[in-house]
Design a protein around this ligand. Sequence first.
Ligand code: FES
Length: 137
Amino acid sequence: MAYSEKVIDHYTNPRNVGTLNKDSKNVGTGLVGAPECGDVMRLQIEVNDDNVITDAKFKTFGCGSAIASSSLATEWLKGKSIDEALAIDNMDLVEELALPPVKIHCSVLAEDAIKSAINDYRVKNGLEALELPKSHH
Ligand code: FES
């Protein structure tokens, strides 16, 4: 299978690899796994008092498409509000990275990781976790 140039770029030069302090109230951590393949992704966001994401980091133990999806996701997250981040759809990642059908679940992992990080942040700050309907394509 051929990876697109954008996947190869993010895979060989991933953006925002790393860790934020998960004990901080301003940090939300999402940890998700793909049942399809066992790959695991951790994505973290740092949020300021205006509900804007000021930093995002990830670590992905998974395939090239999962690494590229999470790398791109962290780029997109920085500077977005929580509401804007919630609107990121896995198909946006699929389109940008030109992922083939067998790799769509890798982008789902990234969307789930974003939402799980947002919920972790919400719960830490006394808000209810959002219901996250599975509306994946
Ligand atoms: Fe499972 Fe990519 S093959 S996350």
